[in-house]
Design a protein around this ligand. Sequence first.
Ligand code: NAP
Length: 590
Amino acid sequence: MTVTQGLPRDSSPEPQETDFDIVVIGAGFSGMYALYKLRGLGLRLKGFEAGDGPGGTWYWNRYPGARVDIESMIYSYSFDDTLQQEWAWPEHFSPQPDLEVYANHVADWFGIRDQIQFGTRVNRLRFDDATSRWHVSTDRGDEVTARFVIAATGSLNATNIPDFKGAESFGGQWYHTSKWPKEGVDFAGQRVGIIGTGSTGIQVIPVVAKEAAHLTVFQRTANFSIPSRNRPIDPVYERDWKQNYGKYREMMKSTASAAVLMGQRMDRSVFDVSDEEREEILERAWESCSGFKFTGSFKDIRTNIEANEIVAEFVRRKIRQIVKDPAVAELLCPKTHPLGTKRLCLDSGYYETFNRPNVTLVNVRSNPITEITPTGLRTTAGEHEFDILIYATGFDAMTGSMTRMNVTGADGRRLEDKWVNGPTNYLGFLVAGFPNLFMIHGPGSPSVLAQMIMSAEWQVDWLYDRIAHMLDRGYQRVDTTEQWEDSWGREVEAAANATLYKRADSWYLGANIPGKPRVFMVYVGGFDKLHAALHRGGAAGPRGFRLRVRDSRKVRSAPACGRGGTPSTPRPCRAGAAGSRRGSSSSPGR
Ligand code: NAP
């Protein structure tokens, strides 16, 4: 019992602040860094995140086998040297739980967690032209206003579940890989069906095959996959990275993929070497590679169809060697698109899985799925029964997370309507008529074709400078015009046309969503080129950003603050197997 018992206490809740300078939507790696960095402007910030914890992609995609396809020494934050020196990644390609631990650690260590309202999805954004403020509404009933909104909503966030007839009639359990239950799924003794063989399907299939009584894989398009050769990180490799982090991170800035892929040969054509030498190079890359280095073996794989076909045939030969049943091997050989024009997959024993007696591959290109039934599904060739159905069917990529938010711009126009013929914007950031709304990894940016953590840091750093410039000069609004959008759109299109990318029916083109306009949505010109374009024009920023003065008062309200909530003594940090996880005050979701 305390002495205050019985005393009158004010039980009314603290009044909630509803007006902010900046609202950040999404607490993935981009949103978290935005909240951390923009704090330096001394403004009132608020973050909203639909998930119950940070991590974005690595919060939602907790399906078995989920693993990043960029090396972890690269795919990590660079903004704080203590963090990158102290953090120890156990494996070359981190599994989802390790990435989620890292996200939680960063959220706590840098005091970002307190700025975020979790479990809250923004479901309406409306710009008020009269006050130059965004009105932000959420599914929890929040109504707040902000001068700037930063949409760190992810390129691959809006789930795609094909509209199969009878889907609701299925009597078993069903899951989409990107909304996987935290408690996991027990496959023991179960018959499982998986639809989809993209990067996700290729990761989840080998794991489920080992646990389930039987697995049926429904494949519409065979994909190219390269063995990841994932392994624990050895101390020598780790030491080299940590000793040279400064230099390597700097090198990344000048690369198209915002990553250093040691051993990439951008000077050598497939045709510069003899057949024997080429075979030897590809063999070495296949055996020892770390994923995308394979396509870095020669400079013309992504641009020359003959060069591409030679390398593609090398991969098909590998598939035929690995898969024992020649008919199954042939079905797994990709023949519909050039290698690398859909995201090249990295796997851990994918092709080998089809040698298991409990795995069946079904061709739903020649015999499409006609309906889901109470006990499984039906194709034009027959019935398949299972207890659990997994949709590994991808995303309404690049635009879905924006259009599903119900965004209305300055003249009352909805973003969905503006983008009816495909997304338009300037430099991937700003949509004409939607002032002060900045996208990170938006359509027309390199997004998934550049390493997304560091490229997000650079985009946010650039935004910081833009907003600081506006505040210093009393500008209230920044917008762009449709002419500038058109010019950037032409550049995005020209960059894609210089490659083989458009020869595939990929999500890069919106081809995976029926009725979605076919517009190439990823800037393949490279992050280095975007970075250079963004920094043209110095402090005032590049041409095409229209600044508007409505109030000559400067709005900067407080001196730049430091790193709130940062403990003075760095704690050791390590992800990995339970027991060796330190440095995170909240445990991973599973
Ligand atoms: P995805 O690449 O779009 O693959 C979806 C799969 O579902 C495809 O095989 C697709 O077939 C199939 N599908 C869709 N609708 C279908 C229908 N009606 N009938 C039959 N099959 C259907 O999606 P994802 O595998 O989730 O990968 C998306 C992206 O996420 C990747 O490209 C990558 O950028 C990222 N990702 C990265 C990692 C990683 O870092 N390791 C892991 C997973 C995902 P079609 O090909 O014929 O359309």
